[in-house]
Design a protein around this ligand. Structure first.
Ligand SMILES: [Zn+2]
Length: 317
């Protein structure tokens, strides 16, 4: 549809690839995301997360993280006609490529670093350009949203990680981070940040969602919020449709400006997708709905992909 291209700030499909459950190039294998359907849906750039599952934490976090990153490289090298790795601003300029989807590697969980900053350099050299400081639990950097009642800010190590990420040109991701940590990151970071896959708490009171105050702070920081498609984050009864994704887009655009809104599906990380948006190939319908909701052509282009592109070119070297 039109000239829109999509940048999706989060998917967890790499786990399926590494576990040899799917090739991520063949839609008949199921799941939410593969290169074929991503092309149909208009995806030009996909953040692919190395999500470190709870069963590996804490002792095996680095091991599992590196295993996922090795798998990501294997996926990219095995499919040179479908995907290419985004490492720097030059690569970014190739987006949208007429034939291939750009892949931005991210890690979901600072526990991959253990307690040593040199590991940040290691994953940077492995092509990682975004890092979620925590998942829901506490790690050596900070507390996740699952730590109730601690109200902890970042540890010394977490603060060093933020500053080093600024220096390297890595995108700081605050989805899953607790609120005290969120404010601490905004105080410290010299670069804009993302909440790559989060929704609005005013519309759905879930610990993973962001308050209006947080949303406007991200706007002031020139960051981007990627709307998560998980029904439980979209609607309190957990029965969500594409219309609820539109509601969250409208709300965040109202509170924080259109330039703050992006998409962060969480495909293959969520067990259920919203009705009418069952996989990445159905992005097309979401863009049609945005037209119906009254967004202009240029606003839809921003929400679909340009906002995340602006953020990446502000952050990356
Ligand atoms: Zn997540």
């Amino acid at each position: 549809m039109g000239n829109y291209y999509i940048v999706d700030g989060h998917c967890d499909s790499l786990i399926n690839y590494v576990n040899r459950e799917r090739s991520l190039v063949d839609p008949s294998e199921g799941g939410h995301w593969d290169t074929h359907r991503a092309r149909l849906g208009g995806v030009a750039l996909q953040f692919m997360a190395a999500f470190i599952e709870t069963k590996y934490k804490p002792a095996m976090s680095t091991w599992r993280g590196l295993q996922l990153l090795e798998g990501a490289h294997r996926f990219i090298e095995s499919n040179p006609e479908q995907v290419f790795l985004i490492r720097d601003k030059f690569d970014l300029k190739q987006i949208p490529d007429p034939n291939r989807i750009g892949v931005l590697l991210s890690v979901e969980g600072g526990e991959i670093l253990g307690e040593d900053i040199f590991m940040l350099e290691v994953i940077f050299k492995l092509g990682v350009r975004a890092l979620g400081l925590t998942w829901n639990q506490r790690n050596a950097l900070a507390d996740g949203v699952g730590e109730i009642g601690t109200q902890s800010k970042l540890t010394n190590f977490g603060q060093n990680v933020v500053l080093k990420m600024n220096q390297l040109g890595m995108l700081i991701d605050v989805s899953h981070l607790n609120e005290a940590g969120f404010w601490h990151v905004l105080e410290l970071s010299k670069a804009p940040i993302t909440a790559s896959h989060s929704c609005a708490k005013t519309l759905c009171s879930h610990r993973r969602n962001l308050t209006d105050k947080q949303l406007s702070a991200i706007a002031r920081n020139k960051g981007v919020v990627g709307i998560n498609f998980y029904p439980e984050f979209l609607k309190e009864d957990g029965k969500a449709s594409r219309a609820d994704v539109i509601r969250h887009i409208c709300h965040i655009a109202e509170v924080a400006g259109v330039e703050t809104v992006g998409l962060g599906s969480d495909f293959d990380g969520i067990d259920i997708a919203p009705e009418g948006l069952g996989h990445v190939g159905e992005y097309y319908y979401l863009l049609e709905d945005l037209t119906r909701a009254g967004f202009s052509t240029s606003e839809i282009a921003q929400i679909a992909g340009e906002n995340f592109m602006r953020l990446l070119s502000d952050v990356m070297k």
